[in-house]
Each structure stands twice: as structure tokens, then as C-alpha cells.
Design a binder for this molecule. Structure first.
Ligand SMILES: [Zn+2]
Length: 211
């Protein structure tokens, strides 16, 4: 697996970037990870970086992004924050990657058994964590309205809120960022929502935005 150069990045599409990630996840779940020479990659990337994708994911210790997608040094940007919430600072980081570095794909990755989603569903309050969980509440409200009259367990509720929060996070990016919206309309980036299962290691794509 070669380290990404500016030329390779310029010739990589958002769809190809997604394929690189999904092929990497396939190697990960089959225990076929590339045996990378990290010292060589440090040498090859010391003067610049050209990551093909940026992943917005949760801080959960069971979702180590480079491992999950079998990526090397310089391959992907990674933003990790509880409940993969979308904040102005997160959007600014995404804009930097996509507009200034030329990264082709934004992947919003939620996961099963997420403590932040569970906390939001249970209306937990704690210091500034309350504000983090409030960013997940719109997904909870949507799912509660959808499930209103049906019989469902808390586990089912949390699972549904997790997926809804991924989809709402994807939508929030272009709604809250003119920079990302324009890049998407110009077919210069793709935005994808995906779900990671902590019991299998598998990534499943939930929504895709490509022009
Ligand atoms: Zn989580």
C-alpha cells in the first residue's frame, strides 16, 4: 500500500475513496491487514499530507479508525468526539480538509453500544456533557415520534437513535456549511453516513451523498 501523494489524491474520486475505506474494513474483519512499514511512511509523509478521506466518529475506545479501515500514516484525517456530534469546530476542521487539502470524502461513522447515544436516550445530565448529549436529542425526538405507538425495548430505541443521528449528522454538514455544500454540488467531495458494529468489526453504509 503506497503512501498517498498529491498526484494520487488529485486523481482519486469520492467513490474511490469510499471503496478504499470499505476494502480496508473488509481486510480488517478478515484479519488480512496490510503489514505496513510505519517508519517508511513517516519518512514519506514528513513534508506533507494528502489524506483521501476524513472520518468524523465517536471517541469510543472500540472504534480506532485507522485499524477499522486498515489505513496507514497520512491516509485519513480523523475527528473523534463523543457521539460524533457536529459542532462549528468540527465543521471548520472538515472545511479545512476538503477545501484546503483536497480530501475527497467525508465519512460520518456512528457505532453500536454508544455511551453518548445511550446517555442522550436516558436524558443524563453532567457538567458540559449535557451540552454534548443535547446535540443528539433531535435524533431521539425524531425516533420517538416514529416509534410512538409501537412496542419497543430501550435497546431498539438506542439502535434507531444511533442510525437516525448518523443520518441527521450527514444532513447537518451541508445545512450548516456553505463551503461543504458548494464542494458537494461541484462534485469535488462525497459525504457518507455509516455504522460500525462493535461486536463484528463491520462497517455498513447508511446514506450516501454524491452528485
Ligand atoms: Zn460512541
Amino acid at each position: 500500500m503506497n503512501t498517498i501523494t498529491a498526484e494520487i489524491l488529485a486523481n482519486t474520486s469520492a467513490v474511490e475513496s469510499l471503496n478504499i475505506l470499505m476494502e480496508g474494513n473488509n481486510r480488517f474483519v478478515n484479519n488480512l491487514k496490510y503489514n505496513r512499514n510505519f517508519l517508511s511512511q513517516i519518512e514519506e509523509t514528513k513534508n506533507g499530507q494528502h489524506p483521501h478521506a476524513i472520518v468524523l466518529s465517536c471517541m469510543d475506545s472500540r472504534t480506532p479508525i485507522e485499524h477499522i479501515f486498515d489505513q496507514g500514516i497520512g491516509d485519513i484525517f480523523s475527528i473523534r468526539i463523543a457521539g460524533h456530534i457536529v459542532t462549528d469546530e468540527v465543521i471548520g476542521s472538515l472545511e479545512y480538509a476538503c477545501k484546503l487539502v483536497g480530501t475527497k470524502l467525508i465519512l460520518v461513522l456512528g457505532h453500536s453500544k454508544c455511551g453518548a447515544i445511550t446517555g442522550a436516550c436516558q436524558h443524563k445530565k453532567l457538567g458540559k456533557l449535557t451540552g454534548v448529549l443535547a446535540k443528539i436529542t433531535p435524533a431521539l425526538v425524531t425516533v420517538q415520534q416514529r416509534l410512538q405507538s409501537t412496542d419497543h425495548s430501550e435497546t431498539e430505541l438506542i439502535s434507531e437513535v444511533t442510525k437516525e443521528h448518523i443520518i441527521q449528522s450527514v444532513q447537518a454538514l451541508t445545512r450548516q456549511s456553505d463551503v461543504l455544500k458548494t464542494l458537494l454540488e461541484q462534485d469535488r467531495i462525497g459525504i457518507v453516513g455509516a455504522h460500525y458494529d462493535v461486536s463484528s468489526g463491520k462497517v455498513e453504509i447508511l446514506s450516501q451523498k454524491f452528485i
